[in-house]
Design a protein around this ligand. Structure first.
Ligand SMILES: [Zn+2]
Length: 165
């Protein structure tokens, strides 16, 4: 017998032994419960993912956006309130193939590509989006009942002061 054929037959035999051992284990009550739980968990994970997407979509669609130009981009805007970020469209595939995007960024790309969001207002200054969002949240918390127009003016002043520090 050639060596390859011998190797093959030995491998098949070994694999069959393993398959049989697995089958035997699956008859065990606890293993059965375990597999059942895994199946249920998998179904829940899928549902959870779907709901998360819907939740984020809702957040982006329903937001009264406060747009600021993002620093170091070609005039791309980001929302200081919800984080919707136009600059993800500057990735090499323009957000179309979704190759380099995280789960959250894919949801953003879907929203940006359909254009189904409120226009909102624009602030008159540039910022880093993540830092800008933190600053805006702080201003919103410290100035409740203040309209977006006023908040956006406060934001640019605070943003400028922060840069000078
Ligand atoms: Zn927004």
């Amino acid at each position: 017998m050639s060596n390859i054929k011998k190797d093959y037959e030995e491998l098949v035999e070994l694999r069959k032994q393993f398959s049989q051992a697995i089958e035997e284990l699956e008859k065990n009550e606890y293993v059965e419960q375990y597999l059942d739980l895994i199946n249920k968990e998998t179904a829940l994970i899928l549902n959870e993912k779907q709901l998360y997407i819907e939740l984020k979509m809702d957040e982006y669609v329903g937001c009264n956006h406060v747009w600021a130009e993002i620093e170091n981009t070609d005039g791309r805007q980001g929302c200081l309130r919800c984080g919707l970020d136009e600059s993800i469209m500057d990735r090499p595939d323009h957000g179309i193939l979704l190759l380099e995007l995280t789960e959250d960024e894919r949801i953003m790309a879907a929203i940006l590509n359909t254009g189904m969001y409120n226009k909102g207002i624009h602030v008159n200054c540039k910022c880093n989006l993540k830092e800008g969002m933190e600053l805006f949240k702080e201003l919103e918390t410290n100035n409740p009942d203040t309209d977006d127009e006023t908040l956006s003016k406060l934001f640019c002043i605070a943003n400028e002061m922060k840069k000078r520090r």
